[in-house]
Design a protein around this ligand. Structure first.
Ligand code: ZN
Length: 252
């Protein structure tokens, strides 16, 4: 029994040593939060995103875990991770929110997808409104593809992307005010004017509608993509999803 334990310990130490040796840095660990009790299109995206990032983790040698238990958003769990993803959901309790604030205020990294940036009113969570840099204002319906302008293809998250590309079917959100008006926000992608009017039942009529940005006070990226099962069908857009995670994990 003891011998087995000792061999197991040796294996773990060896595995850690190999991990350190290959990356020269602390092994990257990413934790994705999702929910199965939300709109089906949001569950579908979360499931596909988990498969997508699991495959990427194997290729790029980092650890990727996913949980639908939002109480895992606590200091004891978060201390083992450098990057947290919110796949189409957000925390609902004061304790979960506080743990996330502390994580982000102390060097943690975050990427939020689609409804992760939704909030009914600023009063729900003022810290998050400042962190996101804007507030949800409206949405398009049904899900449609849209042409996106890449505002800055020199940023590590958008490196190698063309100046514009067609993003697959998504429910698109508008924001008030435009995140671009916030001095802490750097916009990475924006809906091209040629999309408008975007939607049939619910329509985005025009204006400046960024879809992906970073708050430069934090290591974070919000992206509006994430509704339904087609989001990961674009190799171009997938490059962004990969780049963004590598940048957040300090691997760019
Ligand atoms: Zn949606």
């Amino acid at each position: 029994m003891h011998r087995h334990l000792r061999s197991l310990c040796c294996l773990v130490v060896l595995a850690l040593a190999v991990g350190f040796g290959s990356s020269q840095t602390k092994p990257l660990r990413v934790l994705a939060f999702y929910s199965t009790h939300v709109e089906q299109d949001h569950v579908d995206f979360a499931m596909q995103a988990i498969s997508f990032y699991q495959a990427m983790a194997e290729r790029d040698h980092f650890e990727f875990n996913a949980t639908s238990n939002w109480d895992d958003l606590n200091p004891a769990v978060l201390k083992d991770y450098q990057v947290v993803l919110w796949l189409d959901e957000f925390p609902s309790s004061a304790a979960q929110r506080k743990a996330f604030e502390d994580f982000m205020e102390h060097g943690g990294a975050w990427m939020g997808f689609h409804v992760a940036g939704w909030m009914e009113s600023r009063a729900t969570w003022p810290w998050f409104a400042d962190f996101l840099g804007t507030m949800f204002s409206g949405n398009s319906w049904p899900p449609l593809p849209a042409t996106l302008i890449v505002d800055d293809s020199n940023h590590p998250a958008t490196k190698g992307l063309p100046a514009r590309f067609v993003s697959p079917d998504n429910e698109w959100y508008s924001w008030q005010p435009s995140p671009r008006k916030n001095p802490n926000i750097k916009v990475l992608m924006t809906l091209a004017p040629s999309n408008y009017p975007l939607g049939f039942k619910d329509t985005l009529g025009g204006g400046d509608i960024p879809v992906t940005w970073t708050n430069t006070k934090y290591k974070m990226i919000y992206t509006n993509m994430g509704h339904g099962g087609k989001i990961l069908d674009s190799a171009t857009q997938n490059r962004f999803f990969e780049n963004a995670l590598l940048w957040l994990g300090g691997r760019d």
